[in-house]
Ligand binder design. Structure first.
Ligand SMILES: [Zn+2]
Length: 55
């Protein structure tokens, strides 16, 4: 266990995810297929779906 235990682990994990998102979508989430910014977030599956092309 690192200092801070499991809470510390979750904090750094959240920071890592946020950094990855900012690298991948610097101006917000965009569709990789059509470039649309009209993206719906699917909470149950934990990913994004484009409302234009359904990818
Ligand atoms: Zn699309």
């Amino acid at each position: 266990m690192p200092p801070g235990g499991i809470n510390q682990h979750f904090k750094t994990e959240a920071q890592r995810v946020r950094r990855l998102k900012s690298v991948r979508w610097p101006k917000g989430v965009r569709c990789e297929a059509c470039g649309s910014s009209d993206i719906g977030k699917i909470k149950t599956r934990k990913y994004y779906q484009c409302r234009e092309c359904r990818r």
